[in-house]
Design a protein around this ligand. Structure first.
Ligand SMILES: *[C@@H]1O[C@H](CO)[C@@H](O)[C@H](O)[C@H]1NC(C)=O
Ligand SMILES: *[C@@H]1O[C@H](CO)[C@@H](O)[C@H](O)[C@H]1NC(C)=O
Ligand SMILES: *[C@@H]1O[C@H](CO)[C@@H](O)[C@H](O)[C@H]1NC(C)=O
Ligand SMILES: *[C@@H]1O[C@H](CO)[C@@H](O)[C@H](O)[C@H]1NC(C)=O
Ligand SMILES: *[C@@H]1O[C@H](CO)[C@@H](O)[C@H](O)[C@H]1NC(C)=O
Ligand SMILES: *[C@@H]1O[C@H](CO)[C@@H](O)[C@H](O)[C@H]1NC(C)=O
Length: 424
């Protein structure tokens, strides 16, 4: 045993012996509480929690374990996003394994959420730091954390988000080892900064990150640009990620193009994550990405203009005075109204619908996976009056299974489409 191992052993042994508090069930990601058979000794200052959440694929799951009372609330806290909000229920002071029993009434309060603090990148279970595009506003008493861990099947992943400084221990990971979530979900904070924004993207806290991510003076959409010419520009829809986007400047309006097709070079029959993040190139055909479209369209009131052109060079417009889509948890639900134009209103039938891709069937049709059936990705109902992300066909369409706009071309595919938004 070398001295380091010895030291570690002493540390761990000493640390273990200080655990004389409540005993809690401790598991993460079980689909039934009864599946959790692992017990954990909590520290004196900890209580048991259990948390019920939905994974992104809609499965209901539970996490159970020790937590500090400050994090216990019946309401969601800001601990982790994407269905991983830490909610403590059944936190008891006296009984053992109290988180088996949801009846316990002692529910300590969490931070005052009306006092907002810094902004952190916030995701769970991403394999690449750059895959995390979601930002979260923390409570005033929280800091950003980054956590690298291996899943039980050995895949390296990251969690990011807001957390309490008490749980952030760079130098003494023993203080949080074994807490919060078991099975590889032990929380370790790195890059917890008190000053900078979004510091958890960068394990080394520095003010350069803050400068680049504060959003101050950065264009969030084309409407924020001073330029008068149509073309490709860099915008920051979430204040953080630079996104190259086609901007159309016309008639004193500056439009952010969220979808553009004109030659069929880009494959639009893509999966959920591709539509979430966007694909294609700003100089050619592309989908901007549902997370960005959500960010922009919900920042203030936005309108949508859809330009359509057929293979004879005839063009039509469908304009909507109200347009927004929900976030990923809301499955990018479409809200739309106020049609004017000459193309016909082939999108209003889809309003209120959630977004579907071939791998995420969110449409209300019991019989069909509309995205797979129409080979597109859209706010399908049963199925659709429009399908501008459908197959790119040379004029001859097959009803829904093409770049489809029913009120203009029932059996002919559209040649060009541009979907663009700007502030109202
Ligand atoms: C339970 O523990 C919390 C935190 O230690 C304390 O504030 C609370 O008063 C205790 N409640 C009871 C009923 O002992
Ligand atoms: C939360 O903080 C705000 C602003 O400081 C304050 O007005 C409010 O009363 C606080 N709420 C609670 C429940 O403490
Ligand atoms: C950061 O915040 C924590 C908790 O609020 C505090 O204890 C610590 O001294 C701060 N560190 C710096 C470098 O300001
Ligand atoms: C921040 O922006 C500056 C200037 O554009 C750049 O030199 C620097 O590398 C950026 N820092 C980070 C962390 O991206
Ligand atoms: C639709 O909006 C576009 C872009 O602002 C505009 O050029 C066009 O005239 C509008 N068409 C109708 C019919 O409102
Ligand atoms: C949905 O569409 C399918 C195929 O067009 C049709 O058979 C079915 O009756 C429709 N269901 C409803 C509820 O409209």
């Amino acid at each position: 045993m070398n001295s380091f191992t010895l030291l570690l052993f002493i540390l761990v042994a000493g640390f273990r012996s200080t655990y004389s508090g409540t005993v809690c069930l401790s598991c993460s990601g079980v689909q039934s509480i009864n599946q959790c058979t692992h017990l954990e000794n909590c520290r004196n200052d900890e209580v048991c929690f259990f948390e019920k959440y939905n994974t992104e694929s809609g499965t209901e799951m539970y996490d159970l374990g020790c937590s500090i009372p400050k994090l216990c609330t019946k309401r969601k806290t800001r601990q982790l996003t994407e269905g991983h909000h830490l909610t403590c229920q059944g936190c008891c002071n006296n009984t053992n394994v109290c988180n088996l029993n949801t009846e316990c009434g002692d529910v300590p309060v969490s931070h005052n959420s009306s006092e907002s603090g810094r902004t952190c990148v916030s995701c769970t279970g991403v394999q690449n730091i750059n895959d995390c595009t979601h930002l979260e506003t923390c409570g005033s008493n929280e800091v950003c954390f980054i956590h690298k861990y291996a899943t039980e099947s050995g895949i390296e992943q990251y969690d990011f988000g807001c957390t309490l400084p008490e749980l952030c221990v760079n130098k003494r990971p023993d203080e949080i080892f074994g807490k919060r979530l078991a099975e590889g979900h032990h929380m370790l904070c790195k890059g917890c900064c008190n000053k900078s924004n979004v510091c958890n993207l960068n394990a080394a806290c520095d003010d350069a990150v803050k400068q680049n991510t504060s959003g101050n003076g950065r264009p969030r959409e084309c409407d924020d640009l001073n330029n008068a010419n149509t073309g490709v520009y860099t915008i920051y829809p979430d204040e953080y990620h630079a996104v190259k986007t086609y901007c159309i400047m016309a008639n004193n309006e500056k439009w952010t193009v969220i979808q553009k097709r004109f030659n069929g070079f880009v494959d639009f029959y893509q999966e959920w994550n591709a539509y979430k993040r966007g694909f294609g190139v700003a100089t050619g055909e592309y989908w901007m990405g549902n997370d960005y479209i959500h960010r922009i369209s919900t920042s203030t009131g936005h309108k949508l203009s859809i330009y359509l052109e057929d293979f004879d060079g005839t063009f039509k417009y469908a304009n909507y005075s109200v347009f927004l889509i929900g976030d990923e948890k809301e499955k990018y639900k479409l809200t739309l109204s106020g049609y004017t134009g000459d193309a016909g209103d082939s999108l209003i039938t889809q309003t209120g619908m959630t977004f579907s891709t071939k791998d995420r069937d969110n449409d209300p049709s019991a019989a069909l996976n509309c995205a797979a059936y129409t080979q597109g990705a859209w706010w399908y109902k049963n199925c659709t009056s429009s399908n501008l992300n459908g197959p790119y066909l040379a004029g001859v369409g097959t009803y829904e299974r093409s770049m489809f706009w029913k009120d203009w071309k029932v059996f002919n595919s559209i040649k060009k489409s541009t979907m663009m938004i700007t502030r109202t």
